[in-house]
Write a protein that binds this ligand. Sequence first.
Ligand code: ADP
Length: 473
Amino acid sequence: MKHFKLGFDFLGSIRFYIFLMVFFAGLIPSLFLTSSVLGGYERRTVSSETIRITAQSKLLANRLVADGFFENNSDVSYDQIELLASYYEGRIILIDTDYEIVYDSYGIDEGKTVVSEKVFECMRGLDVSNYDSANGYIEVCVPVTENDEVIGVIAVSKSSSGISADMDYIKQNAFVMQFSIMILVIFIAIYGSGKLMKPFGVMSESIDRIQTDYENEQLSVLNYTETKEISKAFNAMLSRIKTLDDSRQEFVSNVSHELKTPLTSMKVLADSLLDQEDVPNELYKEFMTDIAEEIDRENKIINDLLSLVKLDKSQGVLNITQVNVNELMELTLKRLRPIAGKKNIEIVYETLRPVSAEIDEVKMALVFTNLVENAIKYNVEDGWVHVSLNADHQFFYVTVEDGGIGIPEESVEHIFERFYRADKSHSREIGGTGLGLAIVRNAVLMHRGAIQVNSTEGKGSTFSLRVPLTYAS
Ligand code: ADP
């Protein structure tokens, strides 16, 4: 596996993102849990403490009424209040209806007048409570009522330091727990992200190996559905590259072979002429004719190559004119008939109507020539070729049918590929570059036409062509 340089490489890696996801997915719930548990604890404790103080203050209020405290300030009442104050460890203040403090368990504010919203509310007969978390105390105000009439207020304030201490303790524990969870989550995130990404490391190593030896290696990382899919697609691409490379190598050796053969023949013919003294005129002529034929063959191969390169380079550049297609076909067949004659192949041409179309004459001639030439080349002695031309209001149609050797089923889908030659041994014998049909397909597509083939091995082939009568750029 390629190791990341720590830095931007690592920060941009999937592993880092998986790490972050696992880390936050593990940590955020624990943070939420701690803060909600702490909040809940505080609310519940304050509320039960408030209820308790309120209940006891109400008991005290009843006692004070029973003792007639606000009328005679009996000592019994003082004892009760002080008992309660010491029990609360807090402060108890009694206020009469004139808002004057008649008793303060701290003995600080007696005789003073109270101006407080809460006391006003309480004087109206309501229980009031307040929790001041910042200063750490709970306040409770309870009205003292006699015969449904408020005769005073008991205000109790109690320190909430107990609650804060409990909270601090819980917080400390929570922090230790959170820290432990964080360490655990970091370990899980590092380990998990590493494990999840391991197949990708294996994949990258395999690809490195394949780069040096793509003939024998295959990508096979089957840990996940995704890696399976990638492996499948990669291997498909690899096999396509292999095929292309094979075709290229085959093409190079074919072309060199094809180019060399006429040269060798010419060399042999020329040497034998040079080696002989007083060569008779007839022999001289015969050899020169052979040399001229070989030059023609050489020319044909080079022209094929150039046509294809030109078609490639001038994509979309067509020299469109109105062309009499019947004439063009007749001319093509006239040129090819002598070749057919060598194998005693009969060419039948059937034209159903005059056809005139907007086409590039040179390129379409190339199409016709290649198709008919193939029908002759891949034919048998005394065979036949049937060419037909027809048209409707939109397209013209050409079929080139032969009763020749046919194309093996597995080769049919490849014959339009460059450099592809079906039945290699046979094809080499016949001669060719594997470029003819690639040229045909390119030219037909440039005319916005279509071509298809039907073939049965041993019986023959039919190439059908459809080209629009008017050229739409
Ligand atoms: P080539 O220069 O080999 O003829 P083409 O591109 O013209 O190249 O044809 C590709 C291959 O398709 C040929 O090698 C041949 O195997 C096959 N082929 C083409 N036309 C025919 C046909 N009419 N009958 C049988 N095989 C054909």
